[in-house]
Write a protein that binds this ligand. Structure first.
Ligand code: GAL
Length: 810
């Protein structure tokens, strides 16, 4: 359970609206558009079952969509009510199909082989007050998987190819003020983009934005960045202002900086400008912060840059962005420096899905996951292999986690150059981002001249849009200097660490980072290889041919100051890429934590060497009925100086710990108590595992006890069972049932079992999930009413529990 409280922004976009008193007609708004959608699957191969899409003449005359579900009068009452974020794939059953794409996506029946599951239609009805006409309106989606098309009141607005980038469309011309408006979105997941679970649908937030005709652009409208020297931060503010009105406008730009409490600490100049019709104006201002408080991993301090456009004596638009003041240095001899201090990158790569909810994570889960990673000692997160949701970056900004932000493909044709541009413009204010990644393991391209030209193009684009950072590329090759590697500012190594010394010697001026390392495979709570259930032992021993143990890569990394560190594959298990097995295994084993964020043994290896905490952990558990008299391999992960192990009071010997290592004993099993006693710089620390008796009662542990009644907040509730003495039963597999009382809902369940085919969603009216290795998890989403909420868990032969939570309006 997470003890630390963390700050959570409710409105989570880099550009936040600012209330302008007395000028409500010009006030910028950013309204959450998640509620009230209707959803239906269509069909990619049968136009009739796709609501006549493909046979209706929707593109022959503007706004004419009769006979299709795009038509405003289409009756959608039989469609399912959904609230965004929504991933329709997570609710589909698992299905075995011998096909690489299906296998790598986690055996969900979606994609070209399943046309009946691959088109998603969404409809939403909304109104905009008559009094609010005269402004510009924009619909913003932070991620729709994928190939989406958007209509408003029957008018085609635009399409978006990527399943990962945010996008927005101006919809002003098509709004019926004071009347019913119907927005329709078609998402087509027929063609996948990745080789991992991707989900499908409007799986991130949607927003309805409004602003003055003369306004800051949504993508890149305000960029605030700082250079630090001599105890001062020189802050540059770059504004990109657009005029969509029908008259030229005389205006003034004025900016200031506040601390996080809103106190103004630096003010800019009044910058007059004339904005012609349809002009894009770029203006720059500079300010100084004396003795700036630097953003760091332990003090993730964020300043605010506020910019106003004033015209005719009024403020006609204003935005407020968070930014951090910090310095990065990438040194080919000394490694990476944050704020002038050397920092080894203790990173993880992650995909975006989580147990129970697939790709549609409530914001709270982003904070939950980043907090878990920080507790383990992780200081950097790589967004493999796609743009993340903005809320993930908000969590990293405010909790203090560096980010390598990665675009989907290494290519620079119009579509993908635009994707990289959109990513940088959207994300460049985020304090946490220290590097961009132009792609990952592009075998057909990366050693070629084409690869080199693409890389040059993308690097120049990045330097133009964000000169404050640098780029890398995740190259799966050893000591090779061809193609992308000839031009990339920071050389990324995916695996192949035997090549780093030679590469460093031959290219001493190019900093090097381990963009992807480890890929160690473990199954939480399983200590013996099991090819029937497709489990691998929960010790740091198993890895595919290209990969290594955690200890191997970390020892190499820790011993080389010039090697900046690396990103272990992966922080959490994710759906898809079952390795080293196939069906019945449906999700990866690469995670240091499982799909729910429950730690595996290897977690304690990293925690020992990545934190200053006192770590002493024994694996396995001590419930081995039937194995009496047989040898059991016992691993101890610790950062203590020495450890003595005792079984039922009898010493099994003392061992010295070496840096970056682990300790092993072979112990003849007898039930009872296995105790480790360690010395760390003169201090004594102890840990134990104990044979338990049968599971007796259920325990629920929530990530927090108070929910915000905003219909969006969420709480993670972990379930386990304990014996009569209150000891957690680590091998329990009991089936638990869950109910909820009050205005909140369970939106998903999981248990981290990589071969479980139990549904993550409720299909029968009764939420349930088996424990795996003694644990399961529920994700609960808040309702909108103040009051008490209770989560009830029951199980056959187990004492049930009712967990009280409180839901508050503020
Ligand atoms: C890498 C790849 C990752 C994942 C990983 C598994 O080569 O970049 O996406 O597939 O292998 O080990």
């Amino acid at each position: 359970m997470i003890k630390k409280l963390y700050f959570r922004a409710i409105i989570c976009l880099s550009i936040l609206p600012l209330a302008v008193s007395g000028q409500t007609q010009n006030r910028r708004t950013h309204v959450n558009f998640d509620a009230g959608w209707k959803f239906s699957l269509g069909n990619a191969s049968d136009p009739k079952r796709d609501f006549n899409y493909g046979i209706g003449n929707i593109f022959s005359k503007s706004g004419e969509t009769a006979g299709t579900c795009i038509a405003t009068d289409f009756k959608d009452s039989t469609w399912t009510n959904v609230k965004l974020p929504h991933d329709w794939v997570v609710a589909l059953p698992f299905q075995y199909v011998k096909n690489d794409d299906i296998d790598s996506h986690g055996y969900k029946p979606v994609g070209a082989l399943f046309p009946e599951n691959s088109i998603g239609w969404y409809r939403k009805t909304f109104t905009v007050n008559k009094a609010d006409s005269g402004k510009r309106y924009e619909i913003q989606f932070d991620g729709v998987y994928r190939d989406s098309k958007v209509w408003l009141n029957g008018y085609y607005i635009g399409g978006h190819f990527s399943g990962y980038n945010s996008f927005s469309f101006d919809i002003t011309d098509f709004i019926k003020f004071g009347q019913k408006n119907v927005m329709v979105v078609r998402a087509d997941a027929t063609q996948s983009e990745g080789w991992f679970y991707e989900g499908a649908g409007i799986y991130r937030h949607a927003w309805l934005n409004s602003y003055n005709n003369v306004h800051f652009k949504t993508a890149g409208g305000l960029f605030a960045h700082a250079e630090v020297s001599d105890g001062k931060a020189q802050v540059t503010i770059e504004a990109d202002i657009e005029n969509r009105g029908i008259t030229a406008t005389e205006a003034t730009l004025y900016s200031y900086i506040t601390d996080r409490n809103g106190k103004i600490i630096a003010t800019g100049k009044q910058l007059p400008f004339t904005e012609a019709i349809r002009e894009n104006k770029k203006l720059t201002d500079e300010m100084t912060i004396i003795n700036p408080r630097l953003w760091s991993l332990d003090d993730a301090y964020l300043y605010r840059a506020v910019s106003l456009i004033k015209s005719g004596g009024h403020t006609i638009d204003s935005v407020n962005v968070k930014f951090g003041v910090r310095t990065f240095k990438f040194d080919s001899e000394k490694g990476f420096f944050l704020n002038g201090k050397p920092l080894k990158v203790q990173g993880v790569s992650c995909h975006q899905d989580h147990a129970g909810v697939g790709s549609a994570l409530p914001d709270e889960l982003q904070y939950y996951r980043i907090t878990l990673l920080k507790e383990m000692g992780v200081n950097a997160y790589r967004t493999t292999h796609n743009p993340p949701t903005p809320e993930l970056l908000d969590a990293c900004d405010s909790l203090g986690m560096l980010v390598m932000d990665e675009t989907r493909l290494l290519t620079s044709g119009q579509e993908y150059e635009q994707q990289y541009r959109d990513l940088i413009l959207r994300d460049r204010n985020h304090a946490s981002i220290f590097m961009w990644s132009i792609g990952n393991e592009e075998y057909a391209t990366h050693r070629t001249d084409i690869g080199k030209r693409i890389a040059q193009n993308q690097i120049l684009l990045q330097q133009q849009l964000d000169p404050t950072r640098t780029s890398t590329y995740a190259a799966n090759m050893g000591n090779v200097y061809r193609g992308v590697n000839e031009v990339i500012p920071v050389r990324g190594f995916n695996y192949n660490l035997s090549g780093i010394d030679g590469y460093h010697k031959e290219h001493p001026l190019q900093p090097i980072i381990g963009t992807e390392v480890a890929s160690t495979v473990t199954t939480r709570s399983i200590y013996v290889k099991d090819t029937v259930h497709a489990y691998v032992p929960d010790y740091d021993v198993t890895f595919p041919p290209w990969a290594s143990t955690a200890e191997t890569w970390w020892k190499i990394t820790d011993a080389r100051p010039w090697f900046m560190g690396g990103f272990a594959w992966t922080g959490f298990d994710y759906r898809g890429e079952p390795t080293p097995y196939r069906w019945p295994n449906i999700n990866s084993h690469f995670g240091i934590m499982d799909m729910c964020g429950f730690p595996k043994s290897v977690y304690y290896y990293y925690q020992s060497w990545w934190t200053d905490k006192d770590i002493l952990h024994i694996a396995p558990h001590w419930n081995w009925k039937g194995k009496e008299g047989q040898p059991i391999e016992v691993w101890v992960n610790t950062n203590a100086d020495d450890v003595e192990l005792y079984l039922n009071g009898k010493s099994l010997g003392k061992k010295e710990m070496t840096r970056d290592g682990h300790l092993v004993w072979t112990v003849t099993y007898q039930p009872g108590k296995l105790v480790a006693v360690a010395h760390k710089k003169g201090k004594v620390i102890a840990a134990k595992v104990e044979t338990t008796t049968a599971a007796y009662r259920i325990v629920l542990s929530p990530s927090k006890k108070i929910l915000l009644a905003n219909g969006e907040d969420a709480v993670v509730v972990n379930a386990t069972v304990v014996d009569k003495s209150g000891r957690e039963v680590p091998d329990a597999l009991d089936l638990l049932h869950f109910d909820i009382k009050g205005d909140a809902e369970i939106i998903g369940v999981g248990n981290g079992d990589p071969s479980s085919h139990e549904p993550d969603k409720c299909s029968t009216g009764q939420w349930q999930r088996s424990l795996f290795g003694g644990k399961a998890q529920l994700i609960v989403r808040a309702g909108t009413h103040e009051g008490n909420v209770a989560i009830v868990a029951t199980g056959t032969g187990l004492k049930s529990i009712e967990l009280p939570l409180v839901q508050k309006l503020k």
